[in-house]
Each structure stands twice: as structure tokens, then as C-alpha cells.
Design a protein around this ligand. Sequence first.
Ligand SMILES: [Zn+2]
Length: 235
Amino acid sequence: MPSPYRDLRERALEANREIPRRGLAIYTFGNASAFDRARGVLAIKPSGVAYDALRAEDMVVLDLEGKVIEGDLRPSSDTPTHLVLYRAFRGLGGVVHTHSTYATGWAQACLPIPLYGTTHADHLAEDVPCTAMMSAEAVEREYEAETGTQIVECFRARDPLRTPMVLVAGHGPFAWGATAAEAVYHAAVLEELARMAFVTRTLAPGADRLPAHLVRKHFERKHGREAYYGQARRK
Ligand SMILES: [Zn+2]
């Protein structure tokens, strides 16, 4: 019998394949998942399988409690982080985690990525936030789930749909989106913003952030109610 999760697995596979294609990971670093909110299930990369060997049938399908519904392989060890994010943030259709170099550099420095220019403002209207460093007690509990909790804490006063990315202090970036494809797009954008900000800070350590009126203009023309960037969607 064909799997009812074929499409979901394909979406997860495609997002995972995009990770090395965009230069966001080497070997088995990183993972992506795709979420079907109507059914309450996600498909995620199996643990420790290289990207070029991945097949749709290798994706592991789980419910939001982490129970495996379909798949023979062990899911990514970061699965509990993905579960926490899908449970906490409404409107997510995909989550991506990488150790892409520049974003991880800022995460290791425990620094948010400053909003220096319009490329950044085209995607989010604030610095890319960085979580607090995880405490020894939290690490002792369920480490991967606690990583999710750190992110949720960091978003208490933020809208995860307006700021679809974060740095986990001492670790690396997570990004998400309405679809798995959008999540991996945000992961690639995040790496580029991290790289540009690194160059900016290197050239001018005291560089100012982009003025608020330019931030507003760039963010709103793409994401505001009166957005006019790109082609209008045909109904
Ligand atoms: Zn990691």
C-alpha cells in the first residue's frame, strides 16, 4: 500500500538536499523536517545518514509526541528540538538546523547578528536574536528538547513568523518557515546575513545599525500589508 506520507517525506527530502547544495553543511551536519499540521505529523532526516545517500523512504515520520509512525531508521538526534518548535510556534511547516560557518561563528560568540543593511531588513526587522547559554541543569535534563525551550524563551516577546531564524548560543542556527522549502531558504539567508555582518563589523567595528526608517521601508515592502515587492500572487 502506498504511504499516506509520501508527499511529506518528499518535502522533507528536498529541504534536506538543499542544505549541502547551499553550502550550509558538510558530512551529516544539520537536519530539516517538514510538518503537516492537519495530520499533526512531521517527516525528518534520519540520524547520521549522508545527504547524497538520502532517499524519501529514509525520512522518519513522527507525531508531535515523538512517536515514530513510519520509517525504519532512527530520526535525527535533534528531533526533540523540532518537536518543541512545532508545538510552540503556530504556522510552521518546516524547521532547519545547520552549523553553517558564519551563523555558527556569531552563535559561538554569543552575539545577535546586527541589522546593518537592507538585505537583512528585506527578511527581518530586527537583529537575528541569540538565545541565552544553556545552564548545566538544563543540559542534564533532555538536552535537545531544552535547546527548543531556549529558543521558545528567546521568542517570548517576538513573533516567530516575522523573525524566522535564531542563533542558539554556543551551538548554531535554527530557521523555520511556512513550508520546509521556506525554512531552508531562511537558513541560507541567515548564513548570508551572518557573513555580510561579519565583513561589516571587520571593516568598521563601530558601524551603526541601519536607520529605523530604512528598516521599515525594506521590511514592509516585502512583508507588510501593502507589500509590493515581487509579483502579486494570482488568485
Ligand atoms: Zn547542532
